[in-house]
Write a protein that binds this ligand. Structure first.
Ligand code: FE2
Length: 340
């Protein structure tokens, strides 16, 4: 593996700098598979309000949150329920997954959390608009029509959107001890097309491990690179759908969220993720036809099945044996970690 980093890319003057930005996006995505963006146009006040909304949801009693329990279709609330093949243990978190379509009965009711749906949807649409700008750059660079991924992910009104926003709450760990096998979020690769992630400053722990060559495999590199949590910056990553759609040119990279070490802040971590997903009947196939065509629906079904039955032992072994790139220390020989 050659030296690589997780660069920060400015979207300032997007229209005038589109070619330059596209080049930076492609370089980052064909190497680390992760990058952060700034100057993206989503106001800091709106991001803070979204985190406040998330906190207000998770502060509700469990029996209220359970009114919208996860329905098995990637919507709803779960707690200590996501077991990663890489760890065999449940992530130490709760989350609430929201979608644009088929959410009947899955929104918190107005009596429990007034205005939740309205504010959440406004933020989701803002993230979708931003995602479209980035995905159009990828389509251009891959030689596809510019609206390929827009058409693929944005519901034209038929209710087949699979794009999801996930509010995440990793618990306050003060005064508690955990086994080495336990993680806030165990190592995994996303099966989305493009992911966007908001973090709050000081709420660290996200690490990425570039090195995956072929979509769907469990290959890992050997160094985990931490990504600093910077307010207003958005962490973006390529998911398996776009890796396949680009004939493996863009890399969907394993990542995880580690527990704080004993000498670090033990408080909670909140993050907000937005996963652009191919619509159910969208056909995914790259320009070089490296892989056979597959629908968005089948892709996700296959990915979920593979995650359950796949080579979990290899992921776990690689995860435990890999090194850590420190944020402030001397970088390892083959990687230069750049954070934000
Ligand atoms: Fe992820």
């Amino acid at each position: 593996m050659t030296a690589m980093n997780v660069p920060c890319i400015s979207l300032r003057d997007f229209d005038d700098r589109r070619l330059e930005i596209t080049s930076e996006l492609m370089k980052a995505s064909s190497q680390a598979g992760f990058f952060t963006i700034k100057d993206h146009g989503i106001p800091l006040e709106q991001i803070r309000a979204a985190f406040a909304l998330s906190e207000s949801f998770f502060a509700l009693p469990d029996h209220i949150k359970a009114k919208t329990s996860h329905n098995g279709k990637n919507m709803g609330w779960e707690k200590n329920a996501q077991i990663r093949p890489s760890t065999g243990t449940a992530d130490l978190k709760e989350s609430m997954v929201l979608q644009f379509a088929r959410m009947e009965g899955m929104w918190p009711c107005e009596d429990d959390l007034p205005g939740f749906r309205q504010q959440a949807e406004a933020f989701m649409f803002a993230m979708q608009r931003l995602s479209i700008k980035i995905m159009e750059c990828f389509a251009d660079a891959l030689g596809l029509p510019a609206d390929t991924f827009t058409e693929a992910t944005v519901d034209p009104g038929v209710g087949d959107s699979q794009t999801a926003c996930r509010l995440l709450h990793y618990y306050d760990l003060g005064g508690k001890t955990y086994d080495p096998d336990q993680w806030r979020c165990g190592a995994h690769a996303d099966f989305s097309l493009l992911g966007l992630l908001f973090q709050r400053p000081g709420e660290f722990g996200l690490e990425v491990c570039p090195g995956r060559e072929v979509v769907g495999d469990h290959g890992l590199g050997n160094v985990w690179i931490p990504i600093e949590a910077k307010e207003g910056h958005i962490v973006c990553n390529i998911g398996d759908q776009l890796m396949r759609w680009s004939d493996d040119r863009l890399k969907s990279t394993f990542h995880r969220v580690r527990l704080p070490r004993p000498d670090e802040k033990q408080g909670p971590r909140y993050s907000i993720a937005f996963f652009n997903q191919a619509r159910s009947n969208t056909i995914i196939q790259g320009p070089d036809r490296k892989y056979p065509p597959i629908t968005g629906q089948d892709f996700i079904l296959n990915a979920m099945r593979r995650d359950k039955l796949g080579n979990a032992k290899d992921v776990k072994a690689a995860s435990l044996n890999s090194n850590i790139a420190t944020e402030s220390g001397v970088p390892p020989a083959r990687l230069v970690p750049v954070v934000g």
